[in-house]
Every structure is written in structure tokens, then in C-alpha cells.
Write a protein that binds this ligand. Structure first.
Ligand code: ACO
Ligand code: ZN
Length: 376
């Protein structure tokens, strides 16, 4: 119910300034109450901190040392770069921290966490990011109770820095048990797991090392129990490969959306060897973009293979889920139902006609520029 109220709330912030753009917002976003009387907010385009006054932003820009989103740069081609950013959240803010770890995530967490310098900063960026994104998203994915957020932020880079164009996110929800930390009060935990044990560092925790860093707990004793709680990912059987996608308004209709879809959906899923689909519900623009992408990809393959291909084979080749293939081909009238089965019937002339109508593909993802390995 609370979520519903949030959706129906009227737009609070009318415009934002982000880098060299002034952008009109689309929807309500749950900024902290002290910002609710401002019609305009000023964002630092790199760390995404937001302020009520231009002078505050100018002061901030003099000391902000970020020139790109935090995280690993996992793709670079020409002036386009993609950064992978993540943060781990805990469902409850108090005594019990839920940390769900899946055996398969160990190597990944280790790789990523080692590279993150300051967990707290990471979380602040993640939150600012959500406030910003919600201004243009009208659905509830942002409110899910997730345990691990992965953001892939696409940037256009020049000598002033890397400017955010859009992003897509993935979420992971792990289930199966609670890990109780009786002595810790923190809203945020970073987990690092290695073969030899589990090490947990809690940012924002009261206990700190003498140099001010959050205290790090060594593996052993009660921490070992975590290893016995290897988790299952809750939604894995639904194979979502994307939670949210957004192109900031000044960059829309230039092919970035299709680039993000190709990147998320399919380049990452293909590398993981999984079939995937975006989370529902899709917005109107989301559906248009996905339909456009699926249509283009499927038509290109059908053109090469004529009709001698099954939906299953198409799905294996493209990492697109069979249901999405079926609905896309049905909408193009390329499916016949014969002897209790769906069959693709792609007349070359019909294909050509559709290909012409399908318009341009998005910006190409150059797979050789992807520096990323899935976490297994
Ligand atoms: N009017 C009509 N068609 C449109 C429009 C529009 N305003 N915007 C996109 N499309 C269609 C077109 O078919 C377009 O292809 P074309 O330009 O070749 O005709 C296709 O979608 C994709 O265009 P791109 O330029 O590749 O996509 P863009 O960078 O504009 O991003 C996106 C698309 C991400 C959906 C963008 O519109 C957006 O951020 N919208 C707001 C947030 C949103 O709704 N996100 C999806 C939510 S659903 C989810 O996240 C799972
Ligand atoms: Zn900043």
C-alpha cells in the first residue's frame, strides 16, 4: 500500500541540472523531505550528490574529485564507456543484518569488493542514483527489497570527464536464512568471501580501526557460520537479466536504449550462458525499445537462416527468452500453428518488408571491447 501511495504522488521536483543539461523531470521521486520544497535540484554529474542551490553545486564542483561514476570500467569503445557499480543492501536496518551469499557469488564479490575503496561512499552513490533514476521511471522496481544492486552506467567521455548517458541495473535477491550479528548496528555491509573463509567489513559501523577505517572481522568463530548459508538466488528461475533501463532525456532517441538492451540482455547473458528477459512491467517506452531490439535481432537471423530454425535455436543464439521470441514473431505474423506446434514461416519477401520497416539498429556493442567475466 505504501508503495502504491508513492506512485500516485504528484511530481515534486520539476527540473534538475545535470552536467551541461537542464532536464525536465517526468515523475515523483522520494527525495528526503528537506528537498521537497525545491522545484529545481542541482546534481553533481559525477558523484550524483544533489543540492538546492547553484552556488552549493559550484562550491561542490571545486572539491569533488570524481570524473566518472565509481566502479570498474568494463567496456570502452571510442568515446563510450560502461562502468559497473554495485552495492549490497540489507533488508533491515537494525540488529539483524541479512546477508545472503551464494556460493557462485564468492569469486565475484571478492573481485569487486577488493576494488571498492569506501563502502559508504558506494552506498551513497547508489542511493543518489536511485533518486535521480526514479524521476524518469514510473514503476516499482526501485522499491524491491534487494540484496545486491548492480548498475551499469553508460557514459560519453571527453576531456572534462565521463558524462552519464543512461544505465541499466540488475538486482539479486538471495534467500534461505538470516545471519544474525548481535553486536553490530549498521545499515550496510560489504562482504568479501574467499576460499579460506569469510571476511566482513561493515561500513558505518561504530567500531573503527585506529586509523578510522571500518573494523574488519576476520573469518573464524561465529563468522564461519556464514559459509554454511550458501544461498539460492530467489529469482534465478525467472532469468531476469535486467531490472531497470533508462536513457536520460537529452540522450534519448539516439540508439543508446538499444545499445543498453543489447549490452545487458544479451552480451552479458550470452557470456553467462543464460537466456534472459527484462523484469515486468515494462513501460510503454521500454516495451517499444525491447520490441524494436528483438525484432531487429530476430529478423537478421531469419534472413540468413530462412525458416529452417526453431524458436529454441533462436533463443540459444540470441539469449532471448523463448516467450519473447514467440510474441515478437507473432506480432510480425511470422508464426503458424501447425499440428499443435508453433512453427516459424518466414517468407523472404515478408522478411525484407519487415526489415525495411524495422528501422535502424541501435549503436553496436563491440563485444571485443568488453572486459568482463560473469560471476559464477
Ligand atoms: N516515441 C516513440 N518511440 C520511441 C520513443 C518515443 N519517445 N522513444 C523510443 N522509442 C522507440 C523507437 O522505436 C526507438 O527506435 P528508433 O529510434 O529506431 O525508432 C526505440 O524505442 C529505441 O530507441 P533508442 O534511441 O535506442 O532508445 P532510447 O535511448 O531513447 O531509450 C528508453 C529508450 C530507455 C526506454 C528511454 O525511453 C527511457 O529511458 N525511458 C524512460 C524510462 C523507462 O521507461 N524505462 C523502461 C522501463 S521498463 C524496465 O526498466 C524493465
Ligand atoms: Zn561530486
Amino acid at each position: 500500500l505504501r508503495e502504491h501511495e508513492e506512485f500516485t504522488k504528484v511530481k515534486n521536483i520539476a527540473t534538475i541540472e545535470l552536467g551541461r543539461y537542464e532536464i525536465e523531470t517526468w515523475y515523483f521521486s522520494p527525495f528526503p523531505p528537506e528537498y521537497n520544497d525545491s522545484l529545481k535540484l542541482y546534481f553533481c554529474e559525477f558523484c550524483l550528490n544533489f543540492m538546492k542551490r547553484k552556488e552549493q553545486l559550484q562550491r561542490h564542483m571545486r572539491k569533488c574529485d570524481l570524473k566518472h561514476p565509481p566502479g570498474d570500467e568494463i567496456y570502452r569503445s571510442g568515446t563510450l564507456s560502461m562502468f559497473e557499480h554495485f552495492y549490497i543492501t540489507c533488508g533491515h536496518l537494525t540488529v539483524i543484518l541479512r546477508i545472503w551469499i551464494r556460493a557462485a557469488a564468492l569469486a565475484f564479490l571478492r573481485r569487486v569488493v577488493l576494488k571498492q575503496v569506501d563502502g559508504k561512499k558506494n552506498k551513497v552513490y547508489g542511493q543518489n542514483f536511485c533518486y535521480l533514476a526514479k524521476l524518469f521511471l514510473d514503476h516499482k522496481t526501485l522499491y524491491y527489497d534487494v540484496d545486491l544492486f548492480l548498475f551499469y552506467v553508460l557514459c560519453e567521455c571527453d576531456d572534462r570527464g565521463c558524462h552519464m548517458v543512461g544505465y541499466f541495473s540488475k538486482v539479486r535477491v538471495y534467500v534461505s536464512g538470516y545471519v544474525a550479528f548481535r553486536t553490530i548496528h549498521a545499515a550496510y555491509a560489504e562482504v568479501e568471501c574467499g576460499l579460506h573463509g569469510v571476511m566482513i567489513s561493515i561500513a558505518g559501523h561504530r567500531k573503527r580501526e585506529s586509523d578510522g577505517r571500518p573494523k574488519v572481522f576476520e573469518a573464524g568463530g561465529k563468522w564461519k557460520c556464514i559459509l554454511h548459508l550458501m544461498m539460492q538466488e530467489k529469482h534465478s528461475e525467472e532469468s531476469y537479466n535486467l531490472a531497470c533501463i533508462l536513457t536520460l532525456p537529452p540522450y534519448q532517441r539516439k540508439g543508446y536504449g538499444k545499445f543498453l538492451i543489447a549490452f545487458s540482455a544479451y552480451e552479458l547473458s550470452k557470456k553467462e550462458g543464460k537466456v534472459g528477459t527484462p523484469e515486468r512491467p515494462l513501460s510503454d517506452l521500454g516495451l517499444l525499445s525491447y520490441r524494436g531490439y528483438w525484432t531487429r535481432v530476430l529478423l537478421d537471423i531469419l534472413k540468413k537462416h530462412k525458416s529452417n530454425i526453431s524458436i529454441k535455436e533462436l533463443s540459444d543464439m540470441t539469449a532471448i527468452k523463448a516467450e519473447d521470441i514467440l510474441t515478437t514473431l507473432q506480432s510480425l505474423d511470422l508464426i503458424q500453428y501447425r499440428k499443435g506446434q508453433h512453427a516459424i514461416c518466414a517468407d523472404p519477401k515478408v522478411l525484407d518488408r519487415h526489415l525495411k520497416a524495422a528501422g535502424r539498429g541501435g549503436l553496436e556493442v563491440d563485444v571485443s571491447k568488453l572486459i568482463w567475466t560473469p560471476y559464477k
